[in-house]
Design a protein around this ligand. Structure first.
Ligand code: SF4
Length: 354
């Protein structure tokens, strides 16, 4: 039904509320049950007076996405959720259950991606469409509903799934507004992270608007030629421009900027690369996250660095005084690389799991 009002659309919901003569406090309770307690559609509807439940349920869209498949890792605490959008395209979210009891959710902001990074399965799909704010938020709602029975809830939300979030800036900001709003999800801003391939203007706009929302920059090299060879968008923004942007972010934000560095054998993983990275980051408030590479179809020329090389690279950065971690990649058995699972489903090579 195309004319239904999204529960995320507060103006539209308020018009319907007036039309049906519902007390605003009751609608507030419906939203609280659905967006803050994640108790699902039926529980939310039962907050309404009996006489308006059916019409409210017919006119309001609670879930803009349809859960198409769920894959639970047999190795670790990762769960991949594949959703179908109303236009029939698929996107992914990944739940990451840490041993500490904390749960993170990685969400998508676009169907496909125009940035076309060489190492990324989503980039190989090309760009299809932007997600709406409601579709971004629905990933949070449905992921929370999936883990409610485990007595868990999503603590950290990372925009690191399919898409470049800053290529969908206005919907991203609508989603962030609702996430941090006390009348929305009331999610702490400092537990949200936006990961970007590096779009300076947008990074600064975001930091001014949401100073406590964290940002991560997919850097992967401090040499323009190498960066441009794996990230086409790097031709637009030089490494010097990115350094100036990080410096500016440090002035605008209390938190450190996460530097994502994918470890690619013979591309960016030599000790010389480590030394250049350390020099580039000197004087900046950053945290370096080294990421093991997950091989993808369409990029046979890229190979992940060996564990020894990764460890030596990390040791060199630490010796230079940089806070450095190596990311433990969860969900290797459920197509850990972002977009990989969707590609297979689109080609009909993976059966639906739900
Ligand atoms: S790494 Fe991010 S920005 Fe690059 S193609 Fe993949 S989704 Fe897009």
């Amino acid at each position: 039904m195309t004319d239904r009002i999204s529960l995320h659309d507060s103006v539209g919901v308020d018009l319907l509320r007036r039309e049906l003569g519902i007390d605003p406090h009751i609608v507030h309770r419906v939203r609280t049950v659905f967006f803050k307690k994640f108790r699902g559609r039926e529980a939310a509807i039962t907050e309404l007076p009996c006489g308006v439940r059916n019409v409210f349920a017919e006119r309001i869209q609670f879930y803009p996405l349809t859960l198409d498949a769920r894959l639970d890792s047999e190795q670790d605490g990762a769960t991949k959720l594949v959703f179908a959008t109303t236009s029939g395209k698929r996107i992914e979210s990944v739940l990451l259950r840490a041993g500490t009891g904390r749960t993170a959710l990685c969400i998508s902001s676009q169907v496909g991606c125009a940035a076309n990074c060489d190492f990324c399965a989503t980039g190989k799909m090309g760009f299809h469409s932007n997600l709406t704010a409601a579709e971004m938020l629905d990933q949070v709602v449905q992921a929370n509903e999936q883990i409610a029975g485990e007595n868990r809830s999503v603590r950290n939300i990372v925009f690191m799934g399919m898409g470049e979030p800053f290529h969908n800036e206005s919907e991203l900001y609508d989603a962030l507004d609702t996430l941090v709003d006390g009348r929305g999800f009331n999610h702490p801003a400092n537990r949200i992270l936006i990961s970007t391939v590096g779009i300076p203007d947008a990074m600064l706009r975001c930091a001014r608007r949401y100073p406590t929302v964290n940002q991560a920059l997919s850097l992967h090299s401090v040499r323009d030629d190498i960066r441009e060879s794996i990230i086409p968008l790097a031709r637009k923004y030089s490494i010097d421009e990115l350094r100036a942007t990080i410096l500016h972010l440090n002035a605008l934000q209390p938190s450190t900027v996460m530097i994502e560095y994918l470890m690619l054998a013979s591309v960016n993983d030599s000790l010389r690369d480590a030394a250049e990275l350390a020099e580039f980051l000197t004087g900046l408030r950053v945290h370096v996250n080294l990421i093991p590479y997950n091989a993808i179809e369409g990029a046979p020329h890229l190979v992940g660095s060996s564990r020894n090389v990764r460890d030596a690279f990390a040791a060199a950065l630490k010796a230079a005084g940089l806070t450095t971690t190596i990311r433990y990649s969860m969900g290797a058995d459920i197509e850990a690389a972002c977009g990989q699972l969707v590609q297979k489903m689109e080609r009909g090579r993976l059966a639906r799991a739900t």
